[in-house]
Design a protein around this ligand. Structure first.
Ligand SMILES: *Cc1c(COP(=O)(O)O)cnc(C)c1O
Length: 459
């Protein structure tokens, strides 16, 4: 409850205030996200086409541009109740440290064992796989949060879970791996000798430490080639943004309860799922002409898909086994420089967010990783929570906006998504604490190499 001008520190909703439906922002978009295409025929993928890779109901959700609201099945809702509603926190201590007139709030999604927002979609995807009678699912994981979330979700519904983990993080994050194995998942470092595409990539790039794009190719190959298995993905896809809309819907209920209207809404953007989920209901209001918000996507300067990428059709993976998507992309062969520690390393961006960005409904900024970890340190020391490096991109941008308010005297209300905790990112924090972290901004020539991998589909 709002107490005069002073908002309470934490806003927890009641259990019955968890939204009962996901919101599908595509229904309100005038320019729909471009359809996924079959790269051979350049025809739009149908539910039937997608059903060989994805569960049927998820394939339907992927292509559903019409229904604004989709009921959350009871089994998923009951799981959500284990860790939701998530708190909306008024960052009073951070405001004080910054000496800013701005009001800062964050929605914290790290309050579950997997430590990030990814569980919101993992549990939905595992539910639909179980409902279809499948034996298991395959996936890739980069930093490890998605694999962890999915292994929890699969263990809840008694499904097998095969995770292809980008080799560099498999080696850097042994404890993430063990959480996944504790929940029953099998974890293979990627690229691996267990798939055709993995063997090919290893032959062409011996000693490679892998990339998300390679791991996706391996996971898809195994899903398509194994009876009773489908592939699931933790970001980028329309269905994932749909599930993540729970973040934005809860945020809106909590802000409405406080009587607070945000001016600026900020989220970090890797593949776009947390940002898409957080902003969906607000963008919906914007699209319907009911309200206006300044929406900011924050990406790493070393993997700048929105701020420096091209809005074209490209493959979603390195091995070119997926359908093609029209999105902001750095090229499916793009791999960020090896000094990049902060996550958010995917070459492309959600087609929904790409279209919203193209249409001027949100803007994007890029930030350098030492500045991101400076923000993480200040946040940890003032607000108490040790943030994930990914989330800290949003913290950086929120702090920068609040500091601008200090200059102008504006009392803006800033809301940002704090997507997860940083407990498994201590290698990156160690580098930062030792003063060994550096920034690298790719040159136009570096980016040109990635762009050269984008095929000319003649579209
Ligand atoms: C995966 C992840 C992200 C980035 O993914 P999006 O799909 O862009 O949201 C951000 N923060 C955390 C903690 C993550 O695990």
């Amino acid at each position: 409850m709002a107490t005069g001008n002073k908002a309470p520190y934490k806003v927890y909703l009641e259990e019955n205030e968890i939204p009962k439906q996901w919101y599908n922002v595509r229904a309100d978009m005038k320019n729909k996200p471009a359809p996924l295409l079959n790269p051979a025929t350049l025809k739009p993928m149908t539910v039937d086409d997608l059903s060989s890779v994805f569960c049927k109901e998820l394939a339907e959700q992927e292509l559903n541009n019409d229904d604004a609201y989709i009921p959350i099945p009871e089994e998923i809702y009951n799981f959500y109740k284990m860790y939701r509603p998530s708190p909306l926190v008024h960052a009073e201590f951070l405001e004080k440290a910054l000496d800013t007139p701005a009001h800062i709030y964050y929605k914290f999604e790290g309050n579950n064992t997997s430590g990030s927002h990814k569980l919101n979609s993992a549990i939905a995807q595992a539910y639909y796989a179980k409902k279809q009678g499948l034996k298991g699912v395959t996936t890739e994981t980069g930093a490890g949060q998605w694999g962890t979330a999915l292994s929890m979700a699969c263990s809840f519904f008694d499904l097998d879970c095969k995770v292809y983990m980008v080799k560099v993080s498999y080696e850097q994050k042994p404890f993430r791996r063990e959480v996944m194995r504790t929940y029953g998942a099998s974890v293979t470092p990627s690229p691996s000798e267990t798939t055709e595409i993995g063997r090919k990539i290893l032959k062409e790039h011996p000693g490679t430490t892998g990339s998300l794009g390679c791991a996706i190719s391996e996971a898809v190959e195994v899903a398509v080639g194994t009876e009773g298995y489908r592939y699931v993905l933790g970001s980028v896809l329309n269905q994932v943004l749909l599930h993540q809309s729970i973040i934005g819907l809860e945020t809106k209920v909590a802000l409405d309860k406080l009587g607070v209207k945000p001016d600026v809404i900020i989220g970090c953007a890797g593949g776009g799922s947390n940002l898409g989920g957080l902003i969906s209901p607000f963008v919906g209001e914007k699209l319907r002409g009911e309200a206006d918000y300044d929406i900011i996507a924050v990406e790493p300067a070393s993997c700048p898909s929105l701020t420096r990428g091209k809005f074209v059709y490209d493959f979603c993976d390195t091995g070119m086994v997926t359908p093609i998507a029209k999105m902001y992309t750095l090229g499916h062969d793009f791999i960020p420089s090896p000094n990049h520690a902060g996550g958010l390393r995917y070459h492309g961006m959600s087609p929904v967010l790409s279209q919203l960005y193209e249409d001027g409904l949100m803007r994007a900024v890029s930030v350098e990783q030492t500045a991101v970890f400076e923000a993480a340190k200040l946040f940890a020391r003032t607000e108490g929570t040790l943030p994930a490096p990914e989330s800290s991109h949003a913290i950086r941008a929120a702090i920068d906006e609040a500091l601008k308010c200090k200059e102008t005297g504006e009392e803006k209300t800033i809301v940002f998504g704090l997507t997860g905790t940083g407990y498994f990112d201590m290698v990156a924090y160690e580098k930062f604490n030792n003063g060994e972290m550096s920034d690298y901004i790719p040159t136009d020539e570096d980016l040109a190499k990635g762009f050269a991998s984008i095929p000319d589909f003649g579209l």
